[in-house]
Design a protein around this ligand. Structure first.
Ligand code: ZN
Length: 149
């Protein structure tokens, strides 16, 4: 079911964002007072989550997500930690992008929604939503029957 897949995808993206956060949270400005450290960590966590949410909902049009995330959070880290943070963000975002690309290739995701596999009479891909657990929409479901026979 599409809904289950979406929930699964969101859970996976949540794990990727936690992984990025965990890999950099201890690098947050070490000489700041405890209060600002907590604020910074919270801001970093939110930025990671927002980046992953945007990546999941708009995977094809989110250019350079690792750069966007690093720009968002770099001010929370000391100069000496910038390279390490950039590297951790790159690695974490790469893993998430790779996961999303696999989902798109396997047909689970197509900019967020599955599409019917048929081609219309005008030669354009059908834009309708497939039947549950099927590759084709109601008007094209006869194609699936033919392929299975
Ligand atoms: Zn169709």
């Amino acid at each position: 079911m599409i809904e289950e897949r979406t929930v699964q995808l969101q859970q996976c993206m949540y794990q990727y964002s936690r992984a990025i956060y965990r890999s950099i949270k201890d690098l947050v400005e070490p000489y700041a007072d405890r209060r600002s450290q907590l604020d910074s960590r919270r801001a970093v966590l939110v930025a990671c989550e927002q980046t992953m949410e945007r990546l999941a909902s708009d995977p094809l049009y989110f250019a350079k997500p690792e750069r966007a995330l690093f720009q968002d959070i770099r001010r929370h880290f000391p100069i000496t930690a910038q390279a390490e943070v950039a590297w951790a963000v790159q690695k974490g975002v790469d893993a998430a992008v790779e996961f999303i690309e696999e989902q798109i290739e396997s047909g689970v995701l197509d900019g967020g929604v599955a599409r019917c596999r048929a081609t219309t009479r005008k030669g354009k891909p059908c834009q309708r939503t497939p039947l549950p657990d099927r590759d084709y929409c109601p008007s094209h479901q006869h194609l699936e029957t033919k392929a299975a026979a």
